[in-house]
Write a protein that binds this ligand. Sequence first.
Ligand SMILES: [Zn+2]
Length: 108
Amino acid sequence: MNKDEIKRLQENWFRINEPIGKMLGYPDCCIKAFCDQPPELLNGSATKDDILRYRAGCIAGKFTGFIPCIRHAHQILNGDIIIQSLINNRRKDLPPFPSMGEGDIYGE
Ligand SMILES: [Zn+2]
């Protein structure tokens, strides 16, 4: 895969996920970090950072669906902030974080 193809994948993934991330109240930096990794670029082997970010996205061992950027993941895992404090301007009709409200977002 060349650079242009990677960029195109990232842009498409951003177009799909950025509005959802905004709707859910996620910070821009975390949305961007998530969107830089479209599924096509994940080769199945999670990096150390990926694992930290996933772990930071869990509350009491349960995954919230929110994957913070690496900077925020460190802050959460260090206990400097709580994950809930990152959620801002979440759409009012959605259930409060960490509830995903799949019915609204994915139309299931
Ligand atoms: Zn972030």
